[in-house]
Design a binder for this molecule. Structure first.
Ligand SMILES: [Zn+2]
Length: 97
């Protein structure tokens, strides 16, 4: 008889909270934003940049709520200015589903 431990750590993926809907989702379903010193906030396309990250669903509603200076400043605990480049780079990410 084999003792199988199903349901424990199967397909474990770290969860992160979306700035928009505040729901926890799999990290790989979210857009990662990183604060780069001297360059403000950029999209971490490769999900591998160092630094403090904030996450957003790739969803119009979440982007509208989360992509504002106040929400992002809270996430990074510093004053952040959202520039047009950030918006543009997020718009180029294809939405899933
Ligand atoms: Zn969301």
């Amino acid at each position: 008889m084999t003792e199988r431990r199903l349901m424990t750590k199967v397909g474990h993926t770290p969860l992160r909270r979306c700035l928009g809907c505040r729901k926890r989702r799999r990290k790989d379903e979210l857009i990662r934003l990183v604060f780069v010193e001297g360059r403000s906030v950029v999209v971490d396309v490769v999900q591998r940049m160092s630094g403090r990250g904030a996450y957003l669903c790739n969803d119009d509603r979440c982007l509208r709520i989360g992509l504002n200076a106040k929400a992002i400043s809270n996430a990074f605990r510093k004053r952040v200015v959202i520039d047009e480049n950030l918006r543009k780079s997020i718009e180029t990410i294809p939405q899933k589903g």
